[in-house]
Design a binder for this molecule. Structure first.
Ligand code: BTN
Length: 347
C-alpha cells in the first residue's frame, strides 16, 4: 500500500458513513479519478468499501491483512513494531529483515508478509507459507548480551506467542513444546526461527522469525498429522493484525525483563505451566544423538532437563523433541483392583 492509499484509508476510517471522492481529493490534492483508483486498490486488498454515486465511499469492513495501517492501532509497545514493513510476497521475512538491519534499521523493526516463497524453518526445513491466511513476520532485535544467551530468546518469543494466542484465540488450548513450538491438540500452530549475527564476544543482531498458522481452513495434506491452524482448532476466524499486535505487545515486556534479569527466571513459571512436555516421556534428537527420558522442566538458561530410565538427569541445549505415546491406563475388570498408575504418565 503506498502513502496516498494509506492516507485515503485513514480518511475513510475517520470519515463516518460516507466520504465523497471530491472531499478526499481536495484533502490530498489529487483528482477524483485518482481517488477512485486508490479505492479500487484498497478493495482488491480486501477492504469492504461501498461506493455511492451521490454520497461517495464508505468503509464497512477492515481487511484482515497484517499491514502497518491495520497492526499499528493494536500496538501498546514503545519500540517493537514502530516500523512495520508489509510485503505482499517475499522469499523470507527473516532474509528481508536481515537486509534492512544491514542498511541500519532500528531495533523493533518488523517485516511481515502475506506470503513467502522460501520460508525458512528450523534445522534447514522449509516453512510452507501460502497467502491470505497466516502470519509470517520477523522482528529485529539488537540485544547487548553475551552470544551464549541468544538461544534463550527463542524461549522468550515462545512465551510471548503463547500469551498472544491465549488472548486472541482462547478456545484453542495451546501449549509450548521446548524449545519454541506452539501446539494445539498435539499439532503445531506456530514455530519460531531465531537467527543471529554475532562475533565471539558480541551480538550484532537477532532476527526472530515467527510463523503462525492462523486462518487456513486446513494445512496441506502432507502436514495434517503434525500441523493445524488456529481457526480449525478455535472454530473462528482470527484477526491477523490483532494477533500480530498482541505478539509484539507481549514480546516487548518479556524481552525487557530477560535483558534486565540476565536469565529466563522471570518466565520459567509461565513456560512450565503451559509446557506440552512436563512429566511426559520424550525422545530428543541433537548433534550428539538421541536421548529418551521424562521431561523434568527447563533451567534458567533454557536447557531442557530429561530424566533417563536409569535416573540420570540430562540437560539439553538444543534439539528436536518428540512426545512418545503415553502409557495406556490399566484396564479395570469387574471384581479386580486397578494397579496404581502413579509415575506412568496416565492421561
Ligand atoms: C520452525 O521450523 O518451527 C520455525 C519456523 C519459522 C517460520 C517463520 S515465518 C516468518 C519467518 N521467516 C522465515 O523465513 N521463517 C520465519
Amino acid at each position: 500500500m503506498n502513502d496516498t492509499t494509506g492516507r485515503i484509508l485513514e480518511l475513510l476510517k475517520a470519515g463516518g458513513e460516507y466520504l465523497s471522492g471530491e472531499a478526499i481529493g481536495a484533502q490530498l490534492g489529487i483528482s477524483r479519478s485518482a481517488v477512485w483508483k486508490h479505492v479500487r486498490d484498497l478493495k482488491e486488498a480486501g477492504y469492504g468499501i461501498v461506493s455511492s454515486p451521490k454520497k461517495g465511499y464508505g468503509l464497512r469492513a477492515a481487511a484482515n491483512i497484517p499491514s502497518a495501517a491495520e497492526v499499528t492501532p493494536h500496538l501498546k509497545t514503545r519500540t517493537l513494531g514502530r516500523r512495520i514493513e508489509y510485503l505482499a510476497t517475499v522469499d523470507s521475512t527473516n532474509r528481508a529483515a536481515g537486509e534492512l538491519a544491514r542498511q541500519g534499521a532500528v531495533e523493533g523493526t518488523v517485516v511481515v508478509a502475506d506470503a513467502q516463497t522460501a520460508g525458512r524453518g528450523r534445522m534447514g526445513r522449509q516453512w510452507v507459507s501460502p497467502p491470505g491466511a497466516n502470519l509470517y513476520f520477523s522482528v529485529l532485535l539488537t540485544p547487548n548480551v553475551e552470544p551464549a544467551r541468544v538461544p534463550q530468546l527463542a524461549l522468550v518469543a515462545a512465551v510471548a506467542v503463547h500469551e498472544a494466542i491465549a488472548a486472541c484465540c482462547p478456545e484453542a488450548a495451546a501449549l509450548i513444546k521446548w524449545p519454541n513450538d506452539i501446539l494445539v491438540g498435539g499439532r503445531k500452530v506456530a514455530g519460531i526461527l531465531c537467527e543471529a549475527s554475532m562475533e565471539a564476544d558480541r551480538v550484532h543482531r537477532v532476527i526472530l522469525g515467527i510463523g503462525i498458522n492462523v486462518n487456513g481452513a486446513s494445512v496441506p495434506r502432507e502436514l495434517r498429522a503434525i500441523a493445524t491452524t488456529l481457526r480449525s482448532e478455535g472454530g473462528q476466524e482470527v484477526s491477523r493484525p490483532a494477533l500480530l499486535g498482541a505478539v509484539l505487545n507481549h514480546l516487548e515486556p518479556r524481552y525487557r525483563s530477560w535483558l534486565r534479569e540476565g536469565s529466563l527466571t522471570g518466565l520459567l513459571a509461565y513456560y512450565e505451566r503451559h509446557s506440552a512436555l512436563d512429566g511426559r516421556q520424550v525422545s530428543a534428537e541433537n548433534l550428539s544423538g538421541v536421548v529418551r527420558g521424562t521431561a523434568r522442566g527447563i533451567t534458567p538458561t533454557g536447557e531442557l532437563v530429561l530424566q533417563t530410565a536409569a535416573g540420570a538427569l540430562v540437560h539439553l541445549l538444543a534439539g528436536d523433541v518428540h512426545l512418545l505415546p503415553q502409557a495406556a491406563p490399566p484396564e479395570v475388570r469387574p471384581g479386580r483392583r486397578a494397579k496404581s498408575t502413579a509415575g506412568q504418565g496416565a492421561p
